[in-house]
Design a protein around this ligand. Sequence first.
Ligand SMILES: [Ca+2]
Ligand SMILES: [Ca+2]
Ligand SMILES: [Ca+2]
Length: 449
Amino acid sequence: MRSHKQSLIVGGLFVVFIGGLGFFQHFQSFSPNRSSNSVKLKKPSRFEESRIEKTELVENEPSALFNDPAISQAWGLKKADAGRAWSVSKGSKNILVAVIDTGADIHHEDLDSNIWTNPGESGLDSSGRDKATNAIDDDRNGFVDDVHGWNFVSNNGLLTDNHGHGTHIACIVGAKAGNNKGISGISPEVSLMILKYFDPKVAGTDNLKNTVASIKYAVKMGANIINYSGGGTEFSQEEHDAIVEAEKKGVLFVAAAGNERSNSDVSRYYPADYGLSNIISVTAIDKQTEVLSSSNYGIETVDIAAPGNNIISCLPNSTYGTMTGTSQATAFVTGAAVLAMAKREAYKAVEVKKYILSTGDAESSLISKTRNYRQLNLYKALTMLDQGTNLAGVKSNDSFNNEFTSDPNLKRTKSVDEVSAFGKSLIKNLDKANRLGTKQPASGGVNSN
Ligand SMILES: [Ca+2]
Ligand SMILES: [Ca+2]
Ligand SMILES: [Ca+2]
């Protein structure tokens, strides 16, 4: 068990937006500890300054596609090119995502129909009772009445979200689209398995142990993708091995890079940095494509950047609000993976990871922050799936230099090679420690790769 602080990746301040009243309620959130002594972590050690932009409307394609009122505030959907991506794929109920988090409001108006139902714990048993509530482990998986997932904190099937973080993440991945409510998830068609590893109202729980159990459950029950927004700086063999099992089964593991404000190349953060082929490590950017000051980064360890600042999504009791952090960015990438897997259901983790990482938009601001200096682009990830042919039927060039030159959304002025050269010169000319602005390498022992 880890003795260090193990945190849920959560921004410091978020806002609840209640219906159309325009009433905002401020909440301060905290960083729970994944180890057993979580109670003492009420201190706001991971607080991050978070701007509140309640009136700004983002002109975007997603709002033209769907009638969901809060889409206009969802700048990240436009940034990730969701509008065009949805013309290719909106996801599929066949893709099962395990959201390992604080539970979720499974009755939320913008989420309920996308919650997974365990087929082995639904319908009627031989006595005519509902399998979901008959107090029998009908599918003999070791969990009684695990109809939508499992609560590993309280060891039951009640998935109530007493924090808000899990509901927020679930909706970024898979909120319903076109229902005239709330937002749209990145993949509005999906099945979400809710696995609860942390509850701020329950003291003394072992969050790491609950995490490992959640991963094992997800793999056993056939999840295609695991979304995980927690982590810590110590290696856990049990957690590593659980993700290796996921890797063997082709399950993608999308992990937050962390909100430690540190360089993960020198201070590893787990599970994002276990170095397994099925893990994508995600950091968070703002509207200007700058990695958030609170977010971890690393040109060797952090795979990709996605929107993570003031992200609007669901909160419990059918409310909505914004949160900030690499958790939110992680959910964006999970949604991208759903779209990709829906397009090519035979694809396993490695293929999906390859497409997502190689098709993002190259940005010079990410050169010193991520391995591939790319931000997530949903549309390109999908269109590249068509064997190098884009939606318009135009054969792409094999190199990344020219293949998107006709892209109307293309913002960058440098080719990837030019950016690469720029990046090399940057790296050559700047002292690494100064450039990255963080601590020196630790004295060994933290790198599991
Ligand atoms: Ca069961
Ligand atoms: Ca049952
Ligand atoms: Ca909606």
